[in-house]
Design a protein around this ligand. Structure first.
Ligand code: AP5
Length: 207
């Protein structure tokens, strides 16, 4: 299996769900720019204060802020599953100056399914576990199975913000896919199946 992997795909395609498992199996870090940014917001850091207004609107946080946040984690890493980065061509180019991506896995999912998954997503702010009220419900009504904290909906999973996130994704991703296609690194994964089906497809994509 390759070890320097980026996950590309629309919001709610299941990148985070699959990245946690793959990173665990590879023994490599899962680096999720969205999670890192949410933690900066929660801790009210300078970066978090700057990032919040972009995230609340479903816009991309400025490239230089995001690159500065992850550069140190990537520079000497022998492997990683990078989830949610790069999101535009500039980020892909900047990333190639920091490390060599071996495989870019693109999760394909329809807009209808994206909205369905994101509307039903609930997260635990205590331990980070991600649930889905339809596909992966907690055992007890909206309570985390692992740490018993009440689950919440992400603030950018409101319908109007979902809409904008999908717009931004659709606008920005094409040149990123071409960038990795030209390097022979791009693989497509059909994200419509069950979590298990999609994981099998991901494993084939990184073999
Ligand atoms: P980020 O957190 O990266 O959000 P995203 O890319 O929109 O992706 P999501 O986390 O919403 O979805 P996912 O694909 O990980 O799906 P998940 O596994 O949770 O970014 C948030 C914001 O941060 C951005 O809008 C931007 O402002 C900023 N940001 C982040 N990175 C940036 C960058 N590089 N540059 C600039 N700004 C940046 O699954 C979704 C749901 O579906 C869950 O409920 C899950 O349980 C369920 N599910 C998963 N798989 C399946 C399945 N196979 N079948 C049924 N349900 C499933």
């Amino acid at each position: 299996m390759v070890r320097k992997i980026v996950f590309l795909g629309p919001p709610g395609a299941g990148k985070g769900t699959q990245a946690v498992r793959l990173a665990h199996e590879l023994g490599a870090p899962h680096i999720a720019t969205g999670d890192l940014l949410r933690s900066e917001v929660q801790n009210k850091t300078e970066l978090g204060m700057k990032a919040k207004s972009y995230m609340d609107r479903g816009e991309l946080v400025p490239d230089e802020l995001v690159v500065a946040m992850i550069r140190g984690r990537l520079e000497n890493a022998s492997g990683f599953v990078l989830d949610g980065f790069p999101r535009n061509l500039k980020q892909a180019q900047l990333l190639s100056g920091v490390t060599r991506v071996e495989r870019a896995v693109h999760f394909a999912l329809s807009r209808e399914e994206i909205v369905k998954r994101l509307s039903a997503r609930r997260i635990c702010t205590q331990c980070g576990q991600v649930y889905n009220l339809l596909a992966r419900p907690p055992k007890h009504d909206e309570i985390c199975d692992a740490c018993h904290t009440r689950l919440v909906q992400r603030s950018d999973d409101r319908p109007e913000v979902i809409e904008n996130r999908v717009e931004v994704y659709t606008r920005e991703i094409k040149p990123v896919l071409e960038f990795y296609q030209n390097q022979g690194a791009l693989r497509e994964v059909d994200a419509r199946g069950s979590v298990e089906d999609v994981y099998r497809a991901v494993k084939r994509a990184v073999s």
